[in-house]
Write a protein that binds this ligand. Structure first.
Ligand SMILES: O=C(CO)[C@@H](O)[C@H](O)COP(=O)(O)O
Length: 214
């Protein structure tokens, strides 16, 4: 069964604590938190302060997706706020290996994210360092976009590499995930999917979560 990380980007920000408790009770496995800085992506969301406020309201691991430049400057702040997993964009890290080490030194699981246009070859030499690889199936910055099918090919190739190299990182997929695209991701080899609109805007969240997880 796929694991599900609902993205709070699509939740009601005026009652975030209730929103995370709702999806926790309905079977979510992680809480996906999209951090955007208005530079790496054309949108601004939230930071460590809000994550710290949310931390006491759920026991689910916080999967923090940093869509920011210079992530090294903020790794310790996110740790102190309560992040469990931090994923950073290969496109935003000048010294990716160093950034991954820094996340691990701060006691968190580390992951690397690839934009839709970025080839898998960019992360080949850090695969042995990561706990997660996040494949973007939309261009980052906004929720509610359409799934880019080419992501499936990337997931399948990455899954093959993982087997061949006998590694155990998780493959996560983010963007345009719904009941249908979740099945395609699962078939291609994904372990975790992120879903914002398909969970928080669903007429029945319980059904949506069950259907996405499969
Ligand atoms: O990182 C991002 C967007 O940059 C995603 O996490 C979105 O928040 C997913 O939203 P949906 O496509 O599921 O609505």
């Amino acid at each position: 069964m796929l694991k599900l990380a609902p993205s709070i980007l699509a939740a009601d920000f005026s009652k975030l604590a209730e929103e995370v408790q709702c999806v926790e009770q309905l079977g979510a496995d992680y809480i996906h938190i999209d951090v955007m800085d208005g530079h790496f992506v054309p949108n601004i969301t939230l930071g460590p302060g809000l994550i710290k406020c949310l931390r006491p309201h759920t026991s689910l691991p916080f999967d923090v997706h940093l869509m920011i430049e210079n992530p090294d400057l903020f790794i310790q702040d996110f740790k102190e706020a309560g992040a469990d997993i931090i994923t950073v964009h290969v496109e935003a890290c000048r010294h990716l290996h160093r950034t991954l080490q820094l996340i691990k030194q701060n006691g968190m699981a580390c992951g690397v994210v690839l934009n839709p246009h970025t080839p898998l070859e960019m992360i080949k030499h850090v695969l042995h360092e990561v706990d997660w690889v996040l494949i973007m199936s939309v261009n980052p910055g906004f929720g509610g976009q359409t799934f880019i099918p080419e992501a499936l090919n990337k997931i399948a190739i990455l899954n093959e590499w993982r087997k061949k190299l006998e590694l155990s990182f998780l493959i996560e997929v983010d963007g345009g995930v719904n009941e249908q695209t979740a099945r395609l991701c699962e078939e291609a080899g994904a372990d975790v999917v992120v879903a914002g609109s398909a969970v928080f805007n669903a007429p029945n969240r319980r059904v949506a979560i069950e259907q996405i997880k499969g």
